[in-house]
Each structure stands twice: as C-alpha cells, then as structure tokens.
Design a protein around this ligand. Structure first.
Ligand code: GDP
Length: 445
C-alpha cells in the first residue's frame, strides 16, 4: 500500500534525521523532495503548493530551528502537516439515535460499492454488535442485486430482497419499513452506479436521498484512480450532502494521491479505507496513523489494536508461561503463530503497518513469506505426528519423506520449514532474554 509514496518520504526522513544543523539550503532541498513526492503521488497542484508553503513556514519557525534535534523536529512538522492534509482527527461513523441508522452508499460503477456495503455491515456487526440489513436499489443490473445478496450472506448480515421491476423509491420505503419493524440498528442502501457521472443517476440518488434522509451518505471511490477519483468526489460532493468518503483498493494504490488530497478538495472526511478484496479488508481511516505509515514509521497503534482483537488471551498466557518455564518453542506454537498472523490481515497487512526498517528486515528474514506460503506451512505441520511437532529434532530423512508426501509438497519444502522454525526458535530465545529492547535500540536513528 502506498509503496512509492512511502519510499520517497522515507528517503526525506532519513536525510533529515541525520542533520545536526538545518540551514536554509537543506530545508530548501527537503521541500523540493517533498514537492516531488507529492506530485508523483498524483496530488493536485494547488494542494501541493499549499502544503509546501505551510511546511516551509513552520520549518523556519522557532520550534524547528531552536530545537536540539532540528532534523527530527522537521520530520515532526511534515508528519503533522500530512495528518492535517488528510483531515486531522479521524471522524467516526454516525449512527442515528433512532434506529435504523440509514446509510446511503453512492459512487460510480466498479468503485467497490457493493463489496464495501458488505464489509462495513460486517464491521458494524462484529465490532459494534449491531443488527444490520442491506438492500439494493440498483434495478438496472439484475446481477447487482444478486451480488449484494451473496456478499451479505458471506458477511453474515441480513439482506432485504428487491427486483429489477421495482422503483428504487419503493424498494427503499419497503426496506426501511421492514428494518423498523424488525429492530435493525443499521440499514445499508446500495444504489446504482454508472460508468461516468450522468444527470439521470444524480437525479435518482438525490431523490432517494431526500426520501430516506440518511444519517450517512457515503461516497465510495477507487483510490487507484488518483486525481480522477478526487474530481469525481468533488462533483458528487457538490450535488449531494455527503457525510464521508470511503477510499477503496488502497491496497493496490502505490501512489496515494487520492488519500492525500480528497479531503482537502471536497472538505469531506475519509471514514474508511478498503484494503483488500476479502470482506475483512476494511480499516477505519486515521489520518495521523496514515501519515506515520507514509513517513515509513509504521502504524504500531493499529497493529496493537488488531493483535488485541485477535489474540486469544488464554492461549497467549499459556504460551508466555511455557516460555518462562524454559519449555522451548515447538512446532505446535509455530503453527499457532501462523494462524494468528493469518487472522491479523495476513502477511501483507502486517508488513504494511511495521516501520520501514523492521518491515524490510522481516521480509529478508522470511524470504518470500506470503499468505499462500503460510497455508503451505500449515499443511506441512498438519502432516506431522504430535510427537514430531513437540520434538522436531526427531524428524530425519524417512519422516521428512512421509510428511512431504502427506502434505503434497517436495522434501525441500519440509526442510525449509524446519529451518524457518529453527530461526524463529532462536529469535524466541533472544526475546526472552530482553533481546527485543536491544533490537529496538539498534533500529533508532
Ligand atoms: P460496485 O460496482 O461499485 O458495486 O463495485 P464492486 O463492489 O462490485 O467492486 C468492484 C471490484 O473491486 C470487485 O472485483 C471487488 O472485489 C473489488 N474491490 C472492492 N474493494 C476493494 C478493495 O478494497 N481492494 C481490492 N483489492 N479490491 C476491491
């Protein structure tokens, strides 16, 4: 996610941190780099200009020049300005005091409206224990209604049927009535998109908006479209009272122009970001954490939150106890950890949130670690006997062949797994000797 942008800003940060003194010259150099990074990210020119002038003004201020570590202080300025650019504080989803909270989902075709409807419904259900209903007012594409039905079922939320021969207004009225009678907390209304903005679509959505009076009117837009995404958002915002934006496909967006400028151009907050095709690929949008990720400093806060949500506390405690008792780390623990990692958004999601240096180190240590290879690792461990998992050192040639056959892999892969396991085991030993602190100290600067 945002790889190019992060790389460029990472370089700026690295250069700055090394500066013991700041001169007008190196501030100018830094500003030139930042300007290039933003333009390459496809951020609109007026936004870039304003950003640069704000950073410049603050760089020459006392806070930076008078600081003992001016480079560091300047990184702080850039981080704060990036955060401001993306809206400052995060803005939560609004739920009506009088349920159902009606959420109108609008946007162009292919933006990810239907997928996002299911994602957000799932999010509300799982994180906030809400009872959620969805309905499709897209009467132009029969497949759209079917699609919403399918993804709603996958998300574990309820779906209100509609059909292409109905009018959107009638569908919405029936769904609201049903949601009220069945005490739903939230009703998502998915609307028809078009390939481009047209008057008929806008009129229909405006009428629907006036009729259903949603608490949230969310504009769903594909982040990969860069400035086009921002321009479409601007047009929608001028015609409809949007309450928020959801940027989709941020996982595939290397440049980040939409994330950086849509807030500034539309004045509307980004509330969520789609970060994967799967239904749990949705994150709340926190400008501050995003700024930190862009600057290569990672997003440890989100990582910790995810860990807290996913880690089974009893298991974690049992694990810690075992380690303390000096009872080594075995293949059962290894498998457990692979499972935990998969739950936490998989490898790509994890690496995205680590500070750049750690992320690179993890990639180098693990070789080509990805979600597919994690599944294979699990498969290999599943083919082992309990005795082998508890005492991997008994796994010699004959056992290796049997395990490989059982898992449908080559013997080399079993060897590789045993190697990886050994590395992890070594790392675990270091952790328990306070190696983590040493590692962190080594990384600073
Ligand atoms: P709609 O026409 O606006 O309803 O769009 P869809 O919900 O059908 O989504 C269009 C395509 O985008 C589908 O293939 C989705 O799987 C994909 N998609 C949606 N959101 C994301 C996302 O956050 N990341 C990725 N990688 N793909 C997404």
């Amino acid at each position: 996610m945002l790889d190019n942008l992060t790389q460029r800003f990472g370089r700026v940060v690295k250069n700055l941190r090394g500066q013991a003194h700041l001169t007008e010259d190196n501030i100018t150099d830094m500003l030139r780099e930042v300007r290039m990074a933003l333009l390459e990210a496809d951020v609109a020119l007026p936004v870039v200009k304003e950003f640069i002038s704000r950073v410049k003004e603050k760089s020459l201020g006392q806070e930076v020049v008078g600081s003992l570590t001016p480079g560091q202080a300047l990184v702080g300025v850039v981080q704060r300005e990036l955060t401001e650019l993306m809206g400052g504080a995060s803005v939560a989803l609004n739920l009506a005091t009088q349920p159902p909270a009606i959420m109108l989902m609008v946007g162009l075709q292919g933006a990810g409206k239907t997928t996002t409807t299911a994602k957000l419904g799932k999010w509300l259900k799982e994180r906030q224990k809400k009872k959620v209903l969805t309905v499709s007012c897209d009467v132009y594409r029969p497949a759209a209604i079917e699609q919403l039905k399918t993804v709603s079922a996958q998300a574990g939320i309820d779906f209100f049927p509609s059909s292409p021969d109905q009018k959107p207004a009638d569908i919405a009225a029936a769904a609201i009535d049903y949601a009220k009678r069945h005490f739903y907390d939230a009703l998502f209304i998915d609307t028809a998109g078009r390939l481009a903005i047209d008057t008929a679509m806008m009129t229909e959505i405006r009428d629907l908006h006036a009729q259903v009076k949603p608490i949230e009117t969310l504009f769903i837009v594909d982040a990969m479209l860069g400035q086009d995404a921002v321009n479409t958002a601007k047009t929608f915002a001028e015609m409809l009272p949007l309450t928020g934006i959801i940027l989709t496909k941020l996982d595939g967006d290397a440049r980040g122009g939409a994330a950086l400028s849509v807030r500034q151009i539309t004045g509307k907050p980004i509330k969520f970001a789609g970060v994967g095709e799967k239904l749990d690929g949705l994150e709340e949008f926190h400008p501050e954490r995003m700024a930190s990720r862009i600057l290569g400093m990672g997003d440890i806060l989100s990582l910790v939150e995810e860990a807290q949500r996913n880690v089974d506390h009893d298991k974690a405690q049992a694990f810690a106890k075992k380690m303390k008792a000096g009872k080594g780390f075995d293949l059962n623990d290894f498998k457990e950890q692979i499972g935990q990692m998969k739950k936490m958004g998989g490898m790509a999601g994890l690496l995205d949130k680590l500070p750049a240096q750690l992320s690179r180190a993890a990639q180098q240590a693990g070789g080509a670690v990805n979600d597919k290879s994690m599944n294979r690792l699990e498969g290999i461990i599943n083919s082992m006997t309990p005795a082998e998992r508890a005492k991997p050192e008994i796994i010699k040639a004959t056992r290796k062949r049997r395990i490989a056959l059982g898992a449908g892999v080559q013997v080399q892969e079993v060897n590789r797994l045993l190697n990886q396991f050994e590395q992890t085991q070594k790392m675990m030993k270091q952790f328990s000797k306070g190696g983590m602190q040493k590692m962190m100290r080594g990384m600073k600067g």
